[in-house]
Design a binder for this molecule. Structure first.
Ligand code: NAG
Ligand code: NAG
Ligand code: NAG
Ligand code: NAG
Ligand code: NAG
Ligand code: NAG
Ligand code: NAG
Ligand code: NAG
Ligand code: NAG
Ligand code: NAG
Length: 704
């Protein structure tokens, strides 16, 4: 009986294989994300493989071109020749059959594909984008790794050649722009293609890609390595017919889209029986990174890596030779996030956090020098603003969890600009510039107005940092402006005027319950700050105001007679509700301003309005936000927390959206918002670490 059924399986498999071709589907672990991060390290190195069904191929590396997050093709090609037959393992070059993808797996830093090449050899393809919160030198380098392992699958030896290229599409979003390039070898034997926009447009973007800087695609110069630059058909054709490249340079510098120039490497691996691996690194060097309107007016700021390396190729060599260290450091971070996430919310929570890590860090960039560093953040996709306070706020839990000192480096430019009198309004600015990388401020005060939101955010995040870093001096240094913003909250927080909140796409509304709560928590945060810095009269006053307000807020903002009772979207609108995500600040700062009964009430309420993929943001629409759901989950009861986590993890696996993870989607279908735009690759997924940020409480005694 047993023997018979086994025999049957073999017969079926053979039939399927021959009659239907490749029917094998890849496995996806821990989930099939909407888009797979390939090289994601900064706002300008952000290349993805679309996976969701509304524009992706389901998550297969071969057969589809990779894209810059904004949707332009960034062609990255992989082919392999085994015993004279060529196959494609990455991208969609004309000609070769595709390898069979067996599995895909992601961790916080890696995307790993396993391929079966004609039943002859196996390939392990690892995309590694490091995250090094404790190491500014490595974090400042805008490079990503591609490691390709090949070994025999059938126990026999095979003749193998490996190929990869990038196109000039990587160097500008304007594909009619002229690209220029070169090929050379460093003194320590790293062979590289250097590609760039011929006319460098400093601090400019086209379709969100940088129009300046130099791209490097590199590998070790070993025996059997050959290279070529030239048109896509020429270079790829040479490999397909010969398995090697002629070591020639095309010097006809031309438009990115004119006989698409590509930059290829071919490696003759010879006779492969055991495992052989080939490492590539791909990255961008920009000496100048940001324009910043700081204490002395607008100045250019250098990329921080320039403080460690005097030449671009020195940085390139360092990165290439650092792979062993990078692998170990990444494995340590993967394992920390894995064990902490599983502890806080199980495997489903790890599915959520590990997908978010590279996307969150991929929106930030370290600049400055060894004396003074700044961290800048791009509001990717929603409008490109730089240092948006209400984007830093949903993002900030990942930094509170991994490295609170980096949160300080994000807040510093905002303080510096406003404290030096460059912003005329008494409330906090919304952002420090309308478009990355120009942090040139808003001297006219005409930035997007979210005064209540941003004053609350600044107070909460400043204290969150200071508590974790034990940095009272930071509170003293900024006391004056923090007090100014508190004054605004005292006037405006309890009865919020008709205004937008951070969820500006939902429109404006007076008396928003959740917005008022943020302001009131901000006042109590300032009470703590005042007490910590010896301003005890202020401390007593703000404490009494915040407690008075929170008592009134519970009367205005709660539908006590509803079944079950819940907070409302707006005061007195008893048949409305919304995610009360701003309650998170009370717990993050250890304030205990809001009674436990409010937490319990919301925990009981949310499951009663949950849809398939989550709890709607509020009663106006069925769409929701993943970041705010994780804020709500972090402070919810065990069961309600588990509900949020399981719905968001299921959404990741099921969503038809095919672009770098959106934070805004329909809770019913999991698709894009029905009546809205599309949010793509936004840093707010740093908020998916909300549960873990709560585990890094301040040391005892630092509350007051
Ligand atoms: C792929 O990875 C698996 C698991 O680590 C390993 O057993 C196998 O040898 C690897 N194959 C190649 C081609 O590197
Ligand atoms: C930044 O400002 C410069 C002028 O200093 C301008 O040329 C450039 O287009 C701006 N960049 C963006 C992305 O708006
Ligand atoms: C293939 O290699 C041979 C010998 O090196 C060379 O003569 C021929 O031009 C090459 N063909 C292509 C398409 O590169
Ligand atoms: C990586 O190198 C740094 C020095 O730059 C060292 O401190 C660290 O321990 C190394 N990490 C690993 C995992 O080797
Ligand atoms: C370092 O950066 C700070 C802030 O931009 C600047 O004031 C200082 O002059 C710089 N130091 C050096 C040595 O360039
Ligand atoms: C806002 O709420 C307060 C307190 O309930 C109320 O007096 C006021 O009329 C409300 N404003 C609006 C515009 O609804
Ligand atoms: C601040 O200190 C005052 C006493 O000076 C105390 O009444 C108040 O509760 C403290 N506030 C907070 C938030 O700790
Ligand atoms: C408390 O703060 C409010 C608002 O800033 C201010 O009007 C009031 O005078 C302060 N009270 C005391 C006792 O300092
Ligand atoms: C809303 O409910 C509260 C008590 O839960 C009640 O006092 C208030 O009158 C209700 N408001 C409206 C407009 O029904
Ligand atoms: C939410 O979806 C449900 C079920 O499809 C529908 O009945 C309801 O009208 C939707 N609500 C809104 C605000 O669109």
């Amino acid at each position: 009986m047993k023997f018979l059924s086994q025999a049957l399986v073999v017969v079926c498999a053979t039939l399927f294989g021959s009659v239907f071709g490749d029917v094998a589907a890849s496995t996806f672990s821990p989930a099939r994300p909407p888009a797979i991060p390939l090289a994601v390290k900064s706002p300008y190195l952000s290349t993805w493989l679309n996976a969701g069904s509304d524009g992706g191929n389901g998550g297969y590396l071969a057969g589809q071109w990779s894209q810059f997050w904004a949707g332009q093709t960034a062609a990255w090609t992989g082919m392999i020749r085994v015993d004279g037959t060529t196959y494609t393992w990455m991208g969609a070059p004309t000609g070769p059959a595709l390898v069979t993808q067996k599995s895909f797996e992601y961790t916080s830093t890696k995307s790993v594909f396993t391929m079966d090449v004609g039943g002859l050899v196996e390939m392990n393809i690892t995309f590694l984008s490091t995250i090094t919160p404790d190491d500014q030198e490595r974090q400042s380098l805008i490079f990503s790794y591609l490691d390709v392992g090949v070994q025999s699958l059938d126990g026999k030896s095979h003749d193998v050649q490996l190929y990869t290229d990038i196109s000039a599409e990587w160097v500008s979003g304007d594909h009619s722009a002229v690209a220029q390039w070169d090929q050379d070898t460093t003194s320590d034997g790293i062979s590289y293609h250097k590609v760039y926009r011929q006319t460098q447009l400093l601090f400019s973007e086209t379709a969100d890609q940088a129009d300046w800087g130099y791209w490097y695609y590199a590998t070790k110069k070993v025996q059997g390595l050959s290279f070529q630059s030239g048109s896509d058909t020429t270079v790829r054709g040479n490999f397909q017919s010969n398995g090697s490249l002629p070591n020639t340079k095309d010097t006809d510098y031309r438009a990115i889209n004119a006989q698409y120039p590509v930059f290829g490497f071919a490696s003759d691996l010879g006779t492969v029986s055991g495992s052989v691996s080939t490492l590539y690194t791909l990255g961008l060097t920009q000496e100048q990174a940001i324009q910043f309107d700081g204490a002395t007016g607008v100045v250019p700021l250098s990329s921080l890596w320039t403080s460690y390396f005097s030449k671009e190729t020195d940085a390139l060599s360092f990165v290439y030779n650092d792979f062993a260290n990078a692998t170990q450091t990444a494995a340590a971070l993967d394992s920390k996030i894995s064990s902490d996430s599983i502890g806080a919310g199980g495997q489903d929570y790890l599915t959520i956090t590990s997908l978010a890590a590279r996307q969150a860090f991929g929106a930030i960039q370290l600049v400055g020098n060894l004396t003074k560093q700044y961290l800048f953040l791009k509001e990717i996709s929603s409008d490109g603003n730089i240092q948006t306070v209400d984007v830093i706020f949903p993002f900030h839990p990942i930094l509170v969890y991994l490295k609170p000192e980096l949160l300080k480096l994000l807040l510093d430019p905002l303080f510096e600009n406003q404290e030096s009198g460059q912003y005329p309004n008494m409330y906090s600015m919304h952002d420090i510039g309308s478009h990355y990388p120009n942090a040139t401020g808003h001297p006219d005060g005409n930035d997007e107005q979210q005064p209540l939101e941003e004053c609350g955010n600044m107070l909460i995040m400043t204290l969150a940092y200071a508590q974790r870093a034990q940095d009272k001096a930071y509170l003293t240094q900024h006391y004056k402006i923090l007090k100014q913003w508190t004054q605004y909250l005292i006037q405006e927080a309890l009865i919020p005027a008709n205004q937008i909140s951070t969820d500006d796409f939902a429109g404006s509304l007076a008396n928003q319950t959740n917005l008022a709560l943020k302001g009131i928590i901000g006042i109590e945060a300032m009470a703590v700050i005042a007490n910590l810095t010896g301003n005890t009269a202020d401390g007593a006053n703000y404490t009494s105001i915040a407690h008075d307000y929170i008592a009134k807020w519970q009367v205005y903002g709660i539908a006590h007679d509803a079944t079950p009772p819940h907070t409302t979207l707006g005061y007195g609108l008893n048949d409305t509700h919304g995610l009360l995500y701003n309650l998170y600040g009370d717990q993050e700062l250890g304030l205990k301003l809001v009674p436990q009964a409010v937490y319990d009430m919301q925990s009981t309420f949310y499951p009663s309005v949950a849809e398939t993929y989550g709890v709607p943001l509020d009663t106006r629409h069925n769409y929701t936000k993943s970041d705010w759901q994780m804020f709500a989950a972090a402070i919810a009861s065990t069961d309600t927390k588990a509900m949020f986590i399981s719905k968001v993890a299921n959404w990741i696996n099921d969503t038809p959206t095919s672009r770098a993870e959106t934070d805004w989607y329909e809770s019913t279908s999991g698709a894009w918002p029905v009546n809205g735009g599309q949010f793509i690759a936004r840093p707010v997924v740093g908020g998916h670490f909300a549960l873990l940020a709560l585990q890094s409480q301040s040391a005892a005694g630092f509350h007051n």
